[in-house]
Design a protein. Structure first.
Length: 83
């Protein structure tokens, strides 16, 4: 919300004064979460990160999943959060 307030003042003010700010933020949060989850699943599949890898080498699985989550977070921020 701070980003919206700081960089999109007109949109923020319009949403606030119309009473739609909370609904807007909930919708953006839902979109971001759904996109994040889809990205993670797609990247895991593309990179062959499976439950078998988790069982065989938990440390590698954790590291690779952490990298995927960081990449997915960055994409979501650029596509949905900080537009």
């Amino acid at each position: 919300m701070d980003y919206l307030k700081q960089y999109h003042k007109v949109t923020y003010t319009n949403l606030l004064t119309s009473g739609r700010l909370n609904a807007y933020l909930v919708d953006v949060d839902r979109q971001a979460q759904e996109r994040f989850e889809r990205l993670i699943e797609g990247m895991k599949q593309a990179q062959g990160i499976t439950e078998h890898l988790k069982e065989e080498n938990a440390l590698e699985w954790t590291g690779r999943l952490g990298n995927i989550r960081a990449c997915a977070r960055e994409i979501v921020e650029k596509e949905i959060i900080f537009v």
